[in-house]
Design a protein around this ligand. Structure first.
Ligand SMILES: Cc1ncc(COP(=O)(O)O)c(C=O)c1O
Length: 369
């Protein structure tokens, strides 16, 4: 196929997926022989805790069977248990919960499950800047997309990615009151709920399940991006619809991954340890940026730092970074409202972060540029 077809256009519009563009630019600009340090994509380089890996290994069966899309009862129970410990909410694992192969597919497919094509109720409201999959899913489902800009003046607000900002129960209540009054769904992507530094981020589920679907993942909390394991929790009407829809799509989580997930959701100590690691990297970069008078906004939770681009042009600034072998994400790649900002994913190791900080001297020094 020499030209992108209609599905490609539907999915990504005229633009390339941001991470593909970023990778291509980095390859072109990074000096030969220099090890590139990636702050671009939110893929943690931390080790998956040993007990989780061991559980997975021990769960691989001699005879393999198709897993069920509804998941193992003990997985749904483990997810519900974590929600109770973490947010103080009590859900029924049978009626309120479904596993997902990570939240990316869940977000994408959710639009297909809820959009009524050709109906008045086919608008999906998406914040900008935001995780690009919200828009890809909405477009593919044939929804009209309405962008709700997040701004510096309003403190950025949810979602955490890319801004790292958080919201409180009061703001959730405002959104949910309107949703319940007018009858629309609220998808609350809470992928980073366990990566925080001061106040613990809240969940929409704290205000009840009606009209809500919250999405959670082990990718960030437990450094398990490769396992593809998360879950959806919320309104039983929506869970029921998804329970009927998802088996046809082939997104059931493999049983041995589910067993590893049971171990991961059942333990909070390793999540605490992950937070400690991110906190060390965060302080290192925040102190360094402060020394350079680079302004940080949002960034209260998640492993992202959302910083003003020195000089104002986020793409030009990231290209300067690439010339010293560093990659970060231009805010404009994640939506127009992100222009002028750069997202730093604190995913390299602490040692790599130290190395990055020394390389930044060459970026800020006008003589070296
Ligand atoms: C806001 C947000 N939601 C969802 C995801 C998807 O995560 P996963 O599919 O690994 O659960 C990501 C990944 O970076 C994300 O940033």
């Amino acid at each position: 196929m020499s030209r992108p077809g209609p599905i490609h256009r539907l999915l990504v519009g005229p633009d390339e997926y941001p991470f593909v563009t970023l990778e291509r630019r980095a390859r072109a600009l990074a000096p030969p022989g220099v090890r590139v340090i990636h702050f671009g994509m939110g893929d943690p380089r931390e080790e998956t805790p040993g007990f989780i890996r061991d559980t997975l290994r021990g769960a691989v069966p001699a005879v393999s069977s198709y897993p069920a899309a509804v998941g193992r009862p003990e997985l749904r129970a483990a997810c519900a248990g974590w929600l109770t410990r973490r947010f103080g909410v009590t859900l029924d694992p049978e009626r309120h919960l479904l596993p997902a192969n990570g939240t990316k597919e869940a977000v994408f497919l959710l639009a297909l499950a809820v959009v009524e094509r050709g109906q008045d109720r086919s608008t999906i409201v998406i914040p900008t800047p935001a995780y690009p999959v919200y828009e890809a899913g909405a477009r593919f489902a044939g929804a009209q997309v309405h962008h709700a800009p997040l701004t510096s003046a309003a403190g950025w607000n949810y979602p955490h990615n890319p801004t790292g900002a958080t919201i409180g129960p009061g703001e959730y209540r405002r959104v949910l009151d309107v949703a319940r009054r007018f009858g629309f769904w609220v998808a609350s992507d809470e992928a980073y709920a366990d990566i925080y530094f001061d106040e613990r981020p809240h969940s929409a589920l704290e205000l009840g399940v009606e009209n809500v679907l919250a999405l959670h993942t082990l990718s960030k909390r437990s450094a398990m991006t490769g396992y593809r394991s998360g879950f959806m929790a919320g309104d039983p009407r929506l869970i029921d619809a998804l329970r009927r829809f998802r088996p046809s799509v082939g997104v059931a989580t493999p049983d041995f991954v589910q067993q590893a997930a049971v171990a991961a959701w059942g333990d909070d100590a390793h999540a605490e340890e992950q937070r400690r690691r991110y906190a060390a990297k965060r302080s290192l970069l925040m102190d360094d940026f402060a020394r350079r008078a680079w302004r940080i906004e949002g960034s209260e939770a998640t492993f992202y730092l959302w910083a003003r681009a020195p000089g104002g042009d986020d793409v030009a600034f990231v290209e300067r970074l690439m010339r010293v072998g560093l990659v970060a994400m231009p805010g404009s790649f994640l939506g127009e409202a992100g222009a002028g900002y750069v997202r730093w994913a604190l995913v390299p190791t602490l040692e790599e972060c130290r190395e990055a900080v020394t390389r930044l001297d060459a970026v800020t020094d006008p003589v070296a540029r």
